[in-house]
Design a protein around this ligand. Structure first.
Ligand SMILES: [Zn+2]
Ligand SMILES: [Zn+2]
Length: 116
């Protein structure tokens, strides 16, 4: 299995419809740091998206998933508080909270936050 970082494989970060995967190393480094500090395996609900897949899942046309600067880790209920705390501590520029997953990105805008 091809790994992008120690704990994240290319397969789990790739677009599910076409297998495209052009994650930036800056984003992946930060995601790995998040994983290292959490010390618990993290599943990724969505990583890289091509335009067709982004439309299909109702992503924003400016979604950072399109440029490989975003991923949506699945929330581990008992780790929810720590996961959110770490996301802010590591200064992801976008943090979006959902019920079962959340969105992290390293786009150009600093510290946006929203519920979805
Ligand atoms: Zn695709
Ligand atoms: Zn997302």
């Amino acid at each position: 299995m091809e790994m992008l970082t120690r704990n994240f494989s290319r397969d789990e970060m790739a677009c599910p419809c076409c297998g495209a995967c052009d994650m930036t190393s800056e984003f992946m480094t930060r995601l790995q740091t998040f994983r290292d500090l959490l010390r618990v395996p993290v599943a990724i609900a969505s990583g890289f998206r091509c335009e067709a897949h982004n439309r299909e899942v109702g992503g924003s046309p400016e979604s950072m998933h399109l440029t490989g600067q975003a991923a949506d880790p699945v929330i581990i209920p008992e780790q929810r508080h720590r996961m959110i705390e770490l996301a802010y501590k590591l200064e992801f520029s976008g943090v979006g909270l959902g019920k079962s997953k959340f969105h992290l990105d390293t786009g150009p805008v600093r510290q946006r936050s929203w519920g979805y």
